[in-house]
Design a binder for this molecule. Structure first.
Ligand code: NAD
Length: 499
């Protein structure tokens, strides 16, 4: 396909597809082949302003709808997503690279978010207490925050936008999405589906682009809350700039997740879990296990299981059947990942499996699964996020050493422990400074009805994404204290005690 023939993606504002005001375009490429799939406009503050005006105008009407009406809209949305699973998953694979089965699994998780938000007539309920004083009652109700915006990363083009959109809309907010400019096509399909659902114009909007759109969102006085998912550096920038403009913010950042393997772990099953965690989605998950912390001589036993399984993985186009590991998102990402492996070797690590040159055409962004052993605390690869199919191995003597290693990280997104000892699990769970923990589970990503509860530099804010935190983030509490002076029947006033 020639670059001149490809589609320029529109924005979706006020219930209509509109071209961006900006003429600056970025190619969207298939990372498996380098083919240009479409062009995404790098919209600016003007486009954001149009979306905000539409969302503000739609807000009072949408807020006034009954909760069950808003939930019914989600039922319809869920049905259309369900019917479009394959189309959505194909688009995820095409623009992001993960294998088609992995993309299907992502779409399933995306639909679960919408299903969970359908419970809003229950989950949005407030609290009340009769008799906080004599003849006085108090109740806390929840109301929507206003206009909410979400800025999302490349690695889950389908699911991550749905960590926010269904919860925001269900609770009565209006919404603006800024998808990743690297993978903007999947949300075009989602918004086509939304467009067919008869939602009042302005309730949901989408503005494509990169930094200018983000800055437009952060600075716009008409936006009340910002949700962000992406790298730690951007998360900090978003958190500070949005908070300075007095917005509510949740900013989910990067990760460096350790998998602690005790000597009593069931090694073959542990190896299977580690493979899925480290190399699934080519290591481009914020919950990917990136380091094995092998305790008390566990590494040689684990290596016997892990190394042959890793060598057996097939690298290729994610659309091809039998591919275990697809490309990473771009050739720039591939070169950066190879560079990090080379640096680790220069710093004294060695390779148990070398995937740097998987023998595929250079136009594809391929790095094969790689295991780096002999990694020490001081090396860059032990502490910085690689975001590629690279697993590092650190060896320590005791569980206490493992906990110290994990707690030494600036990140606190996810971690796993593999053992059959309940006592080791209990201690690990109690002492480790990480927000999501897997026990014999390689990818401990919470399902939709639990919060995505990263800690430290992996999360800035107070209320996490989805689960009950999602409802809390998208609502404001209002507490009403009431008293009635008469008895409700005769019109006589109560005689209050002390009168
Ligand atoms: P990224 O930070 O580069 O981009 C994320 C979003 O921010 C994009 O929409 C992008 O347009 C925008 N952006 C990027 N740089 C910006 C800047 N300087 N100013 C304003 N906006 C900017 O992240 P990515 O590469 O798309 O995604 C991968 C990262 O996301 C990894 O670090 C991964 O760990 C993280 N991630 C975290 C979670 C989590 O739940 N904590 C989930 C998924 C991904």
């Amino acid at each position: 396909m020639s670059a001149t023939a490809v589609k320029i993606l529109p924005n979706y504002i006020n219930g209509a597809w509109v071209p961006s005001a900006s003429s600056e375009l970025l190619d969207v490429q298939n990372p498996a082949t380098g083919e240009v799939l479409s062009q995404v406009p790098l919209s600016g503050a003007n486009d954001v302003d149009q979306a905000v005006q539409a969302a503000r105008a739609a807000f009072p009407g949408w807020k006034a709808k009954s909760t069950i009406e808003r939930a019914r809209w989600l039922f319809g949305f869920r049905q259309l997503l369900e019917e479009s699973k394959d189309r959505l998953a194909e688009c995820v694979t095409l623009e992001m690279g993960k294998t088609f089965p992995d993309a299907r699994a992502e779409v399933e998780r995306m639909i679960e978010m919408v299903e969970c938000a359908c419970a809003i007539p229950t989950t949005m309920q407030g609290r009340n207490l009769e008799g906080v004083a004599t003849n006085v009652d108090a109740e806390t109700i929840r109301q929507p925050v206003g206009v909410c915006a979400a800025i999302t990363p490349f690695n889950f083009p389908a699911m991550v936008p749905m960590w926010f959109l269904p919860f925001a809309v269900a609770t009565g907010n209006t919404f603006i999405l800024k998808p990743s400019e690297q993978v903007p096509m999947t949300q075009q399909i989602v918004f086509e589906l939304i467009d067919g659902l008869g939602l009042p114009p302005g309730v949901v909007n989408m503005v494509n682009g990169s930094r200018d759109v983000v800055n437009g969102i952060l600075d716009h006085p008409g936006i009340d809350a910002v949700s962000f998912v992406g790298s730690a550096a951007t998360a900090q920038y978003i958190y500070e700039r949005a908070a300075a403009k007095k917005k509510r913010v949740q900013a989910l950042g990067g990760a460096k997740n350790s998998m602690v393997v005790m000597p009593d772990a069931v090694m073959d099953k542990t190896a299977d879990n580690i493979i899925g965690s480290a190399f699934g989605a080519a290591g481009q998950r914020c919950m990917a296990g990136s380091i094995v912390v092998a305790v008390g001589g566990a590494w040689p036993e684990l290596a016997k299981e892990l190394v042959p399984r890793t060598e057996a993985l097939t690298v290729g186009d994610g659309m091809e059947q039998g591919t275990s590991v697809g490309p990473v998102v771009s050739c720039e990402a591939r070169d950066r990942i190879r560079g990090m492996i080379d640096t680790a070797l220069e710093q004294g690590a060695t390779l148990a499996v070398d995937g740097r040159e998987p023998g595929l055409p250079d136009a594809g962004a391929y790095v094969g699964p790689t295991i780096v052993q002999g990694v020490t605390d001081a090396m860059e690869i032990a502490r910085e996020e690689v975001f590629g199919p690279v697993l590092s191995v650190v060896e320590v003597d005791t569980l206490a050493d493992a906990i110290a290693f994990v707690n030494g990280s600036r990140y606190g997104n996810g971690t796993s422990i593999f053992t059959e000892s309940g006592a080791a699990v209990r201690r690990y769970r109690h002492e480790v400074e990480v927000g999501m923990i897997g026990v014999n589970v390689g990818v401990a990503a919470p399902v939709a009805f639990f919060p995505f509860s990263g800690w430290k530099d992996s999360f800035l804010g107070d209320l996490h994404a989805h689960g009950t935190d999602g409802v809390d983030f998208f609502t404001r509490k209002k507490t009403v204290t009431s008293r009635w002076f008469s008895d409700g029947q005769t019109g006589k006033y109560f005689v209050e005690q002390g009168d």
